[in-house]
Design a protein around this ligand. Structure first.
Ligand code: CO8
Length: 259
């Protein structure tokens, strides 16, 4: 994979950092950004030495200020339908490796949707979230109407999607969109530390924990609990369950073999 023109990919131990790198356009999500981000993320997902992926935006002013409006502006219905515009973003939600969004500044439209495709959202106290598409005469197209509603409920999702108003970090955290808020200067450090913690866990068990939580959005309570129970039983087939529980009994930190 790579070389990439619109993103940067770095490895820091078992954590990978993927940076959207179009600061001059507030990291607007062009088709090229989508192709490169999805390709890079899938390559990292396949790499057994990567235990967590952090996604952030360069420049400090924006995580991403939305899909690229200038690229979409001349398109008609057939262009959008035949190219299945934005469909590739769905693949990001199907990664098995846990993902952390590190959000500074604007996470608007597609930027908010990209953050919601990640498993954790670590936000700066200056972060701004919203789905302002209606102001452009369109609606969210990367799952915003669905994931925002599941994250914050109908009352705020309707407010944001119908008026286009934004939420600051505090409101977003109160509403359940954000995992943690930290001072702007600490966002990347905090997100990388959370990622290192996750990447230090058993990789298959972390994948199963993610799979189990995500199941809550797809099924009934009884089916979800059954799904969890099956995975819970399955973790007893891992070397890491043996190590994790032995380490507890021996009063030492666990050293997971990631399988
Ligand atoms: N797309 C393209 N370029 C952008 C975008 C964007 N989303 N956002 C900012 N830029 C560009 C600006 O055009 C500007 O470029 P230039 O210097 O060449 O004029 C540069 O980035 C800097 O931006 P500003 O000068 O506007 O910076 P400000 O600090 O004045 O304002 C804002 C920052 C408030 C974030 C402002 O840039 C803004 O409102 N951006 C757009 C936010 C928005 O509406 N996002 C939603 C986009 S639509 C979407 O994401 C999903 C669409 C779903 C369609 C469904 C189809 C299937």
């Amino acid at each position: 994979p790579g070389p990439y023109r619109t993103i940067l990919v770095e490895r820091r131990g078992r954590t990978a950092l993927l940076t959207l790198n179009r600061p001059e356009a507030l990291n607007a999500l062009s088709l090229e950004v989508m192709r490169e981000t999805v390709e890079a993320a899938e390559a990292l997902d396949r790499d057994p030495d990567v235990g967590c992926v952090v996604i952030t935006g360069s420049g400090g002013k924006a995580f991403a200020a939305g899909a690229d409006i200038k690229e979409m502006q001349p398109r008609d219905y057939m262009d959008m339908y035949l190219s299945d515009w934005f469909a590739a973003w769905d693949r990001l939600g199907r990664l098995r490796t846990p993902t952390v969004a590190a959000v500074r500044g604007y996470a608007l439209g597609g930027g908010c949707e990209l953050a919601m495709l990640c498993d954790l959202v670590v936000a700066a106290d200056t972060a701004v979230f919203g789905q302002p598409e209606i102001r452009l005469g369109v609606i969210p197209g990367i799952g915003g109407s669905q994931r925002l509603t599941r994250a914050v409920g109908k009352a705020k999702a309707m407010d944001l999607c119908l008026t286009g108003r934004t939420m600051d970090a505090r409101e977003a955290e109160r509403a359940g969109l954000v995992s943690r808020i930290v001072p702007d200067a600490d966002v990347l450090t905090e997100a990388l530390a959370a990622a290192d913690t996750i990447a230090g866990m058993s990789a298959p068990v972390a994948m199963m924990a993610k799979e189990a939580v995500n199941r809550a959005f797809e099924t009934t309570l009884a089916e979800g609990v059954l799904f969890e129970r099956r995975l819970f039983h399955a973790v007893f087939a891992t070397a890491d369950q043996k190590e994790g529980m032995r380490a507890f009994a021996e009063k030492r930190p666990a050293e997971f073999r990631h399988r």
